[in-house]
Design a protein around this ligand. Structure first.
Ligand code: PLP
Length: 365
């Protein structure tokens, strides 16, 4: 803990700062690119996780040429940074039709739809995916609801400026099951079944969620894979068994501002506005070590037990953690592995790499 604090001080950490272990990110990008190649599937990673042009370049260097985003603002940001093939993977918003049209004139832009009124409102030229609900019950037409899917397909085909490219699903329920591989297989089968019923064998199939795609090495039978969180992974993925501690690549470095050995706690200046309020049964985050080689192991016995807007309450349980707590002082620094890296990232304007580079993120206006 002391060595981690010293290394964070050497990195210039004075306030809550989002650190990224670039070597770990690049290793995972390489792993997922390799899986996609071996499976004969195109990787269209979701960039909502990092929302950072520089991290996008790590993907591009690994051979990735297309990406997924979750807002028109993100799409414009990545288009400005040279990404010319993007899918906006939340249902298209008819209120943004003009802005969609503007962007669609600059890049190859894909959108997803699950309602006839959305199709009617879409400008062109757009690549259109029908969103299929394969069990998550968030958005999308249920995969076995054949008539509405056929109706949507016909409407898109009838629109001269729209191109029907395929069926797209996000198996968000893979986060809520221990059977991640089975969820992946069911997702693929349900997309294939929906396509057969549509009798359009040329339609592409796109799926993407980190738990399922981490669990199954062979993605063949799909055309596109859109996982995103894997570039960082986080405690939620660790808890789901989708990664190991050695995969965690994004964490919040922050200063200790209070030490209370009597109650077995310390307080850091990193609260809900830095970590987000995502939690697991054991709290809002865990302490991580920092070694000369990069992020290290989780520190046993330490959790972020409580959060207010600016404060994070660290609880120390067990002899080793209590001994570390006795040694802790305000001004020390700690590193917190977040529960959900995507939401933690949203709280910051930039990342800092372990060699001190500052990487700005897209900022919502
Ligand atoms: N595709 C869509 C439509 C999503 O909503 C998401 C995540 O929410 C993803 C892909 C990426 O999934 P993950 O965050 O599990 O990597």
């Amino acid at each position: 803990m002391r060595a981690t604090s010293q290394r964070l001080a050497d990195l210039g950490i004075t306030r809550a700062t989002l650190l990224v272990d670039r070597a770990r990110c690049e290793a995972k990008i390489a792993r997922f690119v390799q899986r996609a190649r071996m499976s004969g599937v195109a990787l269209r990673p979701h960039f909502k996780t990092h929302q950072c042009a520089a991290i996008g370049e790590w993907f591009r260097t690994a051979g990735v040429t297309r990406a997924t985003v979750s807002s028109l603002g993100q799409a414009a940001y990545f288009a400005d940074h040279g990404w010319d093939d993007l899918t906006l993977a939340v249902p298209a918003n008819p209120a943004e039709a003009d802005a969609l049209a503007d962007l669609a004139r600059r890049i190859r832009l894909g959108v997803i739809v699950d309602h006839p009124a959305t199709v009617a409102a879409l400008p062109g030229p757009l690549q259109v995916w029908l969103e299929v609900d394969v069990g998550d019950a968030r958005t999308g037409v249920p995969w076995d609801d054949h008539a509405p899917l056929a109706d949507l397909a016909a409407r898109v085909e009838a629109a001269p400026t729209l191109e029907l490219v395929g069926l797209l699903a996000h198996a968000g329920h893979a986060y809520r099951t221990a059977h991640r591989a089975a969820t992946f297989h069911a997702t693929r089968e349900r997309l294939q079944a929906a396509r057969s019923h549509l009798q359009r064998p040329g339609l592409q199939l796109s799926a993407g969620d980190t738990p399922g795609f981490a669990a199954v090495p062979d993605w063949s039978g799909l055309d596109e894979a859109r996982p995103g969180n894997f570039v960082f992974f986080d405690l939620m993925q660790l808890d789901a068994g989708a990664c190991t501690v050695a995969d965690l690549a994004c964490a919040v470095a922050c200063p200790v501002i209070g030490v209370y050995p009597g109650r077995g706690e310390a307080v850091v200046h990193a609260g809900a506005v830095h970590l987000s309020k995502e939690r697991l049964d054991d709290g809002y985050g865990r302490l991580l070590g920092l070694t000369d080689g990069g992020f290290g192991d989780l520190l046993p016995g330490w959790t972020v037990a409580g959060l207010s807007q600016e404060h994070g309450v660290l609880a120390a349980t067990g002899e080793a953690a209590r001994a570390q707590l006795a040694d802790l002082r305000p001004g020390d620094r700690v590193l917190i592995a977040p529960v959900h890296a995507c939401l933690t990232g949203e709280q910051f304007g930039s990342y800092r790499t372990l060699d001190g580079a500052e990487l700005p993120r897209y900022r919502r206006s």
